[in-house]
Design a protein around this ligand. Structure first.
Ligand code: AMP
Ligand code: GLY
Length: 420
């Protein structure tokens, strides 16, 4: 089987690494890939958003299966366009991907089908939004409706902050079209957990739980990032919580999407807050999470291609998906300045030393004249397995010690929350 993976971050490196272990796979391509993916797949110089070129490539190269990593091509309808040409592709249709692409759509869906989430309202009028904020009080959360690369959410503890946030979104157009609507919602307190689930549109199979670390500095300080690290499993996700999430959230959402004429096939990612009143949805994503995928896939024992095929054939109930009982921890190594402006092109050293059970997934790297250099804000994800979380943490940080590049920074407390 000839496989194409779309994307070029740590998530896609983990996907390529896992997919190529399948005995069904003869050739694997990645567009655009990165300096690490290049070692295990043939990278193709096509951007993840360039759907026409990807389609042309898939047709010419007779790709049997395409797997989409990022949200943007999904929101642009890559799945529909590939299917129109008879190509097999893993991910939700454009209409189904709206569960991530429009927070207003996701919130209205949850309200309609009684799926637990924060109280909210959607606005296009700035004064009405402000009135609601004053009524709700602080803390509250202000969100741009559309895709904003993780930057469209403002958790506000001061009234002024919240009023400014809606002003920036609706009047100053800080997020462009993504900010044509604003969602103002109740602030939820609790522990966050990410649950990714395979779904064929009817059946769901949740993956093992994971938790990511969104803030840039230790103890959850500093601005939000794309994710500075993750661990799996999340001990707060007890079997009792799991049951609730599976029935009241995942199952209900998949059924709701079907009823709305938007059957969801692919990976449904629920970002949850475990509140004192039970688990509530913060957001849905229509894809694998990053960095969560980097800790979830190393624990997957089953052939990922077999699972993907079962999803596409709507036979997910016929595969037995098995997970390792080991824990996994991923520490992200970032460029100086990230998540703000940063420089690229720093030489990366120490990465060739291989430690069994430790995987270095590349995010922003590139090979230049035989040397590996930095090429993004998040550069590498050092992932390690261990018999328990403390051991996995230890192993991951031992892996981190080997690697260096100018200005490299990372959090030193990944996973600590889980063993407190
Ligand atoms: P989202 O992209 O919607 O998941 O939001 C990004 C982050 O903002 C989440 O991971 C939470 O840490 C925080 N957040 C979002 N919504 C809420 C909420 N209603 N209450 C508290 N924190 C929130
Ligand atoms: N880790 C958050 C995300 O993938 O959106």
């Amino acid at each position: 089987m000839r496989v194409l993976v779309v994307g070029g971050g740590g998530r896609e490196h983990a996907l390529v690494w896992k997919i190529r272990q399948s005995p069904k796979v003869s050739q694997i391509y990645c567009a655009p890939g990165n300096g690490g993916i290049q070692e295990i797949a043939q990278c193709v110089d096509i951007a993840a958003q360039d759907i026409d070129k990807l389609l042309e490539f898939a047709l010419t190269e007779k790709i049997d299966l395409t797997v989409v990593g990022p949200e943007v091509p999904l929101a642009l309808g890559i799945v529909d366009k590939f299917r129109e040409k008879g190509l097999r592709i893993f991910g939700p249709s454009q209409k189904a991907a709206e569960i991530e692409g429009s927070k207003a759509f996701a919130k209205n869906l949850m309200a309609k089908y009684h799926i637990p989430t924060a109280q909210y309202r959607v606005f296009t009028d700035v004064e009405k939004a402000k009135d609601y904020i004053r009524e709700l009080g602080v803390p509250c959360v202000v969100k741009a409706d559309g895709l904003a690369a993780g930057k469209g959410v403002m958790v506000c503890f001061e009234l002024e902050e919240a009023l400014t946030a809606v002003e920036e979104i609706l009047v100053d157009n800080k997020f462009g079209q993504a900010g044509s609507q604003v969602i103002v919602e109740e602030y939820l307190e609790g522990e966050e957990v990410s649950i990714l689930a395979f779904t064929d549109g009817k059946n769901i199979v949740p993956m093992v739980s994971a938790q990511d670390h969104k803030r840039v500095f230790d103890n959850d300080q500093g601005p939000n990032t794309g994710g500075m690290g993750a661990y799996s499993p999340a001990p707060v996700y007890t079997s009792q919580v799991q049951k609730l999430v599976e029935t009241e959230i995942l199952q209900s959402t998949v059924q709701a999407m079907e009823k709305e004429g938007r059957p969801f096939q692919g990976v449904l990612y629920a970002g949850l807050m475990l509140t004192s009143k039970g688990p509530k949805v913060l957001e849905f994503n229509a894809r694998f999470g990053d960095p969560e995928t980097q800790v979830v896939l190393p624990r997957l024992k089953t052939d990922l291609v077999e699972i993907i095929e079962a999803v596409l054939d709507r036979k997910l109930d016929t595969v037995k998906i098995e997970w390792s009982s080991q824990a996994a921890v991923c520490v992200v190594l970032a460029s100086a300045g990230y998540p703000g402006p940063y420089e690229k092109g720093k030489v990366i050293t120490g990465i060739d030393k291989k430690i069994p059970g430790t995987y270095v997934f590349h995010a922003g790297t590139k090979l230049k004249e035989g040397r590996l250099i930095t090429d993004g804000g998040r550069v590498l994800g050092v992932t390690a397995l261990g018999d328990n979380l403390p051991e996995a943490i230890n192993n991951a940080y031992n892996g981190v010690k080997m690697i260096d590049f100018s200005g490299m920074h990372y959090r030193r407390d990944i996973g600590k929350k889980a063993i407190r």
